[in-house]
Every structure is written in structure tokens, then in C-alpha cells.
Design a protein around this ligand. Sequence first.
Ligand code: PEP
Ligand code: MN
Length: 263
Amino acid sequence: FASSELQHTPTIIDVGGVQIGGKEIVVMAGPCAIENEKDFVDTAISVKKSGAKILRGGAFKPRSSPYAFQGLEEDGLKIMVAGREATGLKLVTEVVDTRDVELVNKYTDIFQIGARNMQNFRLLSEVGMTRKPVLLKRGLSATIEEWLMAAEYIIAEGNHEVILCERGIRTFETMTRNTLDLSAIPAIKDVSHLPVVVDPSHATGNWKYVPALAKGAVATGADGLIIEVHPNPPSALCDGPQSLRPERFESLMDELRLVAQAI
Ligand code: PEP
Ligand code: MN
């Protein structure tokens, strides 16, 4: 169960030696979408050098418009593996359809369930039947209770390796893409043993605000972060405005170490 009533100790998820929910803050970084092998591998090498432990990238992109770039699909997954081979970083990538779970399972180290699919119960059950960690993003307008019940769908199939990801929720505010709910972190820690990771990129939609919220997330008890990094954000096929350049990501990692030391 996701509830801490029956399990009092925090769940630590081991992804090939990287522990999520333990003492260290785990940073996942990479582009929103995989675009080509060279850019992806270069980005992978750079974020690894800065201290990221897990490489993110989308091969299946659930875009708001059906006419927007939808991802490279299996070719993208193969490029991700090239990134893993070049760096040793573990992979996290989104699966959007029950029909693709088997395929994505062949390549990834962590499944990502996107905000738009948080209550796609068939998809949750399907990844629950695998034995691979699942990063479960909070739905656009989901309460913490609904989010934990979604985690329960995965756990109910026997997969206990669920990582919750706060990525901002819909509010009346329009200055940021979403509103990052930092209070979700202590609130979840109060009722659940599952690790919590924060995505300041999708929460703000603006790279300028990403460092401040990333530091805030660490200060409020997040177990990790997932951050979009792109070598040339203006040319990104997806989410350029919220992507950090590799140099800014590197300096953010230094700032995060200071915050982690201070708490
Ligand atoms: C993503 O991580 O690229 C993504 C689509 O995120 P979300 O599901 O939170 O919108
Ligand atoms: Mn994105």
C-alpha cells in the first residue's frame, strides 16, 4: 500500500545502484523529447558531468495538439540506449499506451506515467505488472488523495516501486504554466512512504524560474528532481522555453549541493 499506516520506513527504490528515497537527492535530467542521437548523447554526457544520475527523454510525446511533434517512438528509445551506453546513466521515459508497455520495458530503467495519464487505470495496472520502477506524475488537477490512489493501482499489481512526481497543478494563475505545489511534499511524507520527485520545468514553463523552484523543492524535502535540459532551447521541438542550457544546469547543481548540505 502507498499509505504509511502499514509501512513506517521510507521506500528506497534502487535503480541499478542509484537509490531514490535515500539520503542523496537524485537528479534526473535531459531534453523533453529525443530529437537526434548526437544532441541526446552530448546532453547525456554533459548532465552526467554535472552530477545527474538519471537521463530523461521523451520518445512518445503526448502533446496538447495532435499536429505537434509526437516523438521518435522506438527510434527514440534506441537513441536513449546510446545515451545510457555513453554515460552509464539510467533511463526514464514516458509510456502513453498499454500497447507500448512491453516495447518501452525493453529499453527503459524507469517508466514515466505522464500527468495526462495519471488516471489511465489500465495503463497503471499494465506497468504494475512489470517489475520496473514507475515515476508517476501528478495529474493536472488531481488531489493528493487521487494521486496516491493512482499509485495504489500500480502497487495492487505487485509493483511496489512507485516514485511520485509533483509537476505543478492547474490553478487560476497564468504567469506560470502550472502552480508548483510544494506543500504536497511534506503532506505526502506525512501519509505515505513513497519517494517524491519534483519537476520544476513543467511546473513553471519558464527556465528562469526553474532554479528557484528546484532549490525550494530540495529545501522542502523532495527526494529528487527531474529537469529539462536542452543544448539549444530556442530550437527544441518541445518545451524549449522551460529548458535549461547545460551550463545553467551545471551551476544549478552546485547551488543544489549547498541547499542539500544546509538542511
Ligand atoms: C514530460 O515530462 O515531458 C511531460 C510530458 O510531463 P507531464 O506529463 O508532467 O506534462
Ligand atoms: Mn516536457
